[in-house]
Design a protein around this ligand. Structure first.
Ligand code: RB5
Length: 145
């Protein structure tokens, strides 16, 4: 189950992401926001990240103006590895090397065309494991998250 979250600045792309996931037959749960009215990104990143921490969702796509605020909040939650990305290459490496389970990006920084490619890459790229397994393990063992 994919957790979706955005603030007002990411609302339009979140709605487009829902259409894309529906086409791809990927189930999702929308943690808001539900309108383009100004709001606070930590509220929605927190709700989506808790769902991942608690096992209700296994992955997430969180969108704000830059993707940065969403990723900062998401990474404060146990078991969450959120990557704020602005390119397909970064999305690919976030999966291959970091086993990122939350994709964050900014509606103010990307076209929808690029965002769509980033989402598809996040969905289809596998974690490489090997030496990266040990390093990803240390993310959680050497920090309080
Ligand atoms: C909202 O104006 C903006 O600050 C927010 O969407 C995000 O970019 C924060 O990181």
């Amino acid at each position: 189950m994919m957790a979706l979250a955005s603030d007002h600045a990411g609302f339009t792309f979140k709605e487009k992401t829902k259409e894309l996931l529906t086409q791809l037959q990927i189930p999702f749960k929308d943690f808001g926001t539900n309108s383009p009215e100004s709001t606070d990104y930590p509220d929605y990143a927190h709700a989506g990240a808790v769902a991942i921490s608690q096992g209700e969702c296994d992955r997430g796509i969180f969108i704000c103006g830059t993707g940065i605020g969403m990723s900062i909040v998401a990474n404060k939650h146990k078991g969450v590895r959120a990557a704020a990305v602005e390119s397909v290459a970064a999305a690919e490496l976030a999966r291959k090397h970091n086993d990122a389970n939350v994709l964050c990006f900014g509606e103010r920084l990307l076209t929808w065309e690029t965002a769509q490619k980033i989402i598809t890459t996040f969905l289809t790229t596998e974690f490489e494991g090997g030496r990266h397994e040990r390093r990803v393990g240390k993310i959680h063992s050497l920090t309080s998250c």
